[in-house]
Design a binder for this molecule. Structure first.
Ligand code: PEP
Ligand code: MG
Length: 833
């Protein structure tokens, strides 16, 4: 194929990218090319092609040439922050342009006043597919003077002159936290299912959709428009799959650490003075102990290459060993750990990271040096992203760098030996380091880090109080110093006075005594003060959760969210795989009831392999039982798997997102068929989730056919208040204690009573011990909550008696707002507890 000549897009001086004062361009992270130090105010097309994207700020434009070359012209450095000031766009996405056509005009003076530099890189973002020859470097050039000549490396034979199939679509990011680690990993997983080369581009930057790290580096936040383009076989299908996945909304950031119900609020510490270090709360709780600085051993790195083959093999071996270790970690521990380790596994399989490391090895680097360089390049990009959630993922990459280097060095990650009551002080801490630390750790305090980091999420899940972003002073605290760490307030009190220490110790002793008391009673059946029986069950989302639930005193499982078996994979789990998982959970629950919810996907829980059609309003679309009824083979496999669990009467089936009786009837028919196929003798109880206002107000009709009802207050609140449960701006208002929600709960228990059915609550409201009185007063007899909430919940229920609860509930129904209900609750709690 002929050489493609690329003209200077602007009048000015042609320079090497080495002259660009920006590690992203100078480091060729976005590709190789040239730069123009401009004197002219027009950006013109360097060749014929199609505009794949023009950034809305007008400072960058991407083009695809007929030969497949992808070009990015980025006017100036850090010009995105100008928000379009000084730029006029003359073309739109998708426009066909000829060499020399005007793309953007620039007010050079205005831009020069605020931008870091006017230097304009023009890079080939898929440069590894081309041979590049630069021309006129160091010379003054006019627009159109040749500055690069490129020739495809895989020069195809004359037998294949076919233009590759291409497709493109623009989508808008719906996720509250943008494309951070997990959504990026899901997109990459989807992209890998297609042969076509899929790219995401935004703001003149482009990412290989098979690389989660590259996707994250785009820094896409909510409402950003991103172009999904593909070339190659079945490009249109590939674009549709990835674009749909993004548009339907990928699973978002786990909620920021909420106060753990198993933790008492931290104490009121004395006001800050020289010995009180202030940071950011990351995980609640109180710890009193002695400071232990983390010994950050940098793994030994062999700096000298033993040859490409040996270094490639060493890196492959280290990655494989780490992959195995991580897979084991993903299969154990709390759900938060599983999710985080899975995201790290996706980084480990990242194509761009692997390619960068491979290139470095081929260029003569050792495996360790190559891996370090590959990670450093990505970390540099991530740290520049303005979205804090995404920037914090750089810490995960640093953690991954260390783990691979440890493997390469053949060192073990033996945890540091810690004394009892150690409060660990560290410059920073990676999730893998935290997972490897002894569980006796009293608290964590770091100089850096952020409250939404994976370490913060893990510490919350592990009930370890944590404070982050304290600054370098934390590493000057001497080893062995007495400290009080208040996770809720975000404070580290160093060398407190004797009276401060004893005050904190008293509070901690009270807290521990209460915890011991609740733990001792946790395994006892839960009864109110007057003997009324209230069942306290657990919500589970993994096999590991079942163990935690039993340890916390759960009397059964009120909600098994079976989505964990279906999310983030390429196909549905087989019937046998489901039987195995459900059976393992049933066994861990040692005969206690196990309520298994049929698949509840769609809406906020997309499952790519189901290939569900894109919807304008996913929360009001095909989700919950509607999906199951539209895929009878999925429903039947799941029902059969549940029926095959032994003992036969341990499991119950719960049907999500029901709006009409006919849905329950259809599920019951599927159950009847499965039972007759399997020769299943015992009746199985079938319950309905009350998550739609329709279900709540027709609870009497549903209760006539259902064996029990279980209220999902998360969705019920969203639907009755017409407020998206994922929308952070509405977080303060989507309160399940809103009287409208309470009235629907009352309608549900009223309807259930007509047929003598039990009503459970398994939504988030059930985990709030303060809300137990109202729920019980409204007629709820089962509360199902996350395992960590159970001891506290049981203790709260035991402190109640029924008549005051009934009275409180009646008054709550008359309140005008959630705030009034909360005020009522707190004024009543003094007398009740
Ligand atoms: C609910 O909606 O309250 C519920 C328990 O279901 P999920 O949170 O899984 O949608
Ligand atoms: Mg729900």
């Amino acid at each position: 194929m002929a050489v493609l000549k690329l003209g200077a897009p602007m009048r000015g001086w042609a320079e090497s990218l080495d002259e660009v004062d920006d590690p992203v361009f100078a480091g060729r992270m976005l590709g190789d090319g040239v730069a123009i130090d401009p004197v002219g105010a027009e950006v013109r097309a360097p060749c014929d092609g199609e505009v794949t994207s023009v950034h809305r700020a007008g400072h960058a434009v991407s083009l695809r040439a007929g030969c497949g070359a992808e070009l990015l012209v980025h006017v100036g450095l850090e010009t995105v922050s100008l928000g379009g000031r000084g730029f006029i766009r003359h073309v739109a996405d998708g426009a066909a342009v000829k060499a020399g056509d005007l793309l953007i005009s620039v007010d050079l003076e205005a831009v020069a006043r605020t931008a870091k530099s006017l230097i304009t890189p023009m890079v080939l973002t898929n440069g590894d597919e081309f041979e590049i020859v630069r021309r006129n470097i160091g010379r003054r050039v006019e627009v159109g003077d040749v500055v690069m000549e490129i020739r495809p490396l895989a020069e195809t034979s004359s037998a294949s002159p076919v233009k590759p199939e291409t497709a493109a679509r623009q989508v808008v990011i719906p996720l509250a936290h943008g494309l951070h680690a997990r959504p990026s990993a899901l997109i990459a997983a989807e992209a890998k299912r297609h042969v076509a080369d899929i790219r995401l581009s935004h703001g003149g930057r482009e990412a290989n959709a098979r690389s989660p790290v590259a996707i994250m580096a785009l820094g896409l936040v909510r409402h950003d428009a991103v172009s999904v383009t593909a070339s190659g076989a079945e490009a249109a299908g590939a674009v549709a799959a990835v674009a749909d996945l993004i548009e339907r909304g990928l699973p978002g950031e786990p909620p920021p650490p909420a106060p753990s119900l198993a933790q008492a609020p931290g104490p009121e510490l004395p006001p800050a003075d020289a010995s009180v270090l202030e940071g950011t709360p990351a995980a609640p709780g109180l710890a009193i102990g002695s400071a232990v600085r983390l010994i950050a051993r940098a793994p030994a790195v062999n700096e000298v290459s033993r040859g490409v083959a040996a270094e490639s093999a060493a890196l492959a071996e280290a990655l494989s060993a780490l992959r195995q270790r991580m897979s084991r970690q993903a299969a154990t521990g709390p759900q938060a750990q599983t999710e985080i380790v899975r995201a790290h596994l996706a980084f480990l399989d990242d194509e761009d990271l692997a390619a960068a490391a491979r290139d470095a090895i081929e260029a003569g680097a050792s495996a360790g040096v190559a891996w370090r360089r590959a990670i450093e390049a990505q970390v540099a990009i991530l740290r520049q992203v303005s979205d804090v959630h995404i920037a914090q993922r750089a810490d995960d990459l640093v953690d991954l760098e260390r783990q691979v280097l440890v493997e390469l060095a053949g060192e073990s990650e033996a945890p540091q030996v810690l004394p009892d009551h150690a409060v660990l002080l560290a410059e920073d801490l990676g999730p893998a380091q935290l997972i490897g630390l002894p569980k006796t750790l009293a608290g964590i305090c770091t100089a850096r880090g952020g409250p939404t980091s994976h370490v913060a999420i893990l510490a919350t899940a592990m009930n370890i109080p944590a404070v982050v972003a304290v600054g370098p002073a934390v590493m000057r605290v001497p080893d062995g110093a007495a400290v009080i760490l208040d996770g809720g307030a975000g404070r580290l009190h160093v060398a407190p006075s004797a009276s401060e220490l004893s005050q904190a110790q008293t509070r901690l002793a009270v807290l521990h005594a209460r915890r011991r008391e609740t733990a001792a009673l946790a395994s006892e059946p839960c009864r109110m003060g007057d003997g009324t029986r209230i069942e306290v069950f657990a919500n589970l989302g993994s096999v590991a959760d079942a163990g935690a639930a039993m340890a916390a005193g759960a009397e059964g499982c009120g909600l098994l969210r079976t989505e964990f078996l279906f999310l983030g994979r390429e196909g549905a789990p087989s019937e046998n795989e489901q039987v195995e998982t459900y059976q393992a959970i049933a066994k861990t629950l040692a005969g206690a009831p196990l309520v298994i919810r049929t698949l509840d996907v769609g809406g906020d829980k997309p499952v790519p392999f189901l290939d569900l059609p894109p919807e304008a309003n996913p929360a009001l679309g095909l989700r919950g039982v509607r999906v199951s009824l539209s895929r009878p083979e999925l429903l039947s496999a799941q029902i059969r798997a549940i029926l095959r669990v032994t003992p036969q009467n341990q499991c119950r089936i719960l049907v999500p997102m029901v709006a009409s009786l006919s849905e329950l009837t259809a599920v019951r028919q599927a159950i009847a068929i499965a039972r007759s196929e399997l020769g299943h003798r015992d009746e199985i109880q079938v319950g309905v989730m009350i998550e739609t206002p329709a279900a709540a107000v027709t609870a009497d009709l549903l209760a006539a056919e259902a064996d029990f009802l279980s209220i999902g207050t998360n969705d019920l609140t969203q639907y009755v208040l017409a407020m998206d449960r994922e929308n952070p701006q509405l977080a303060g208002q989507t309160d399940a204690l809103h009287p409208a929600v309470l009235r629907l709960i009352a309608a549900t228990t009223r309807g259930a009573r007509v047929h003598g059915r039990q009503v459970a609550v398994c939504g988030g409201l059930a985990a709030d011990p303060a809300a137990a009185a109202i729920l019980i007063g409204l007629g709820v007899t089962e509360l199902s909550a996350p395992p960590a909430a159970i001891p506290e919940l049981k203790a709260a229920v035991r402190a109640l008696t029924f008549p005051p609860c009934e009275d409180l509930a009646a008054r709550a129904l008359e309140c005008a707002s959630a705030a009034e209900v909360r005020a009522l609750m707190s004024s009543a709690s003094g007398g009740e507890r």
